[in-house]
Write a protein that binds this ligand. Sequence first.
Ligand SMILES: [Zn+2]
Ligand SMILES: [Zn+2]
Length: 103
Amino acid sequence: MEFCPDCKSIMVPVEGMMVCRKCGKKIKQTKSDSLVSRTEQIRRQITVIEEEEAAGLPTTRARCPECGNNVAYWWLRQLRSADESEVRFFRCTKCNCTWREYD
Ligand SMILES: [Zn+2]
Ligand SMILES: [Zn+2]
């Protein structure tokens, strides 16, 4: 909850700004996350881990669809809504291609 620095009224988010309902004062919204949809956040998380160094991730036996290598790093990611099961992602230790596990 944001409060107006001038009149202490509750401010509401309007087009990325926090706007005072009483005096109309506008300030830049501090909680930028509230503008981003959950799907977008998750998509970013996946992108982040794909760009990260895979070092530290556990490895498992999985066949790479690209080069046929049998060892891959893996991690879990929840997709879309919370009621969907977690999806396992793999990344080949050899060619670095990334794929997800399908049931
Ligand atoms: Zn105000
Ligand atoms: Zn590979």
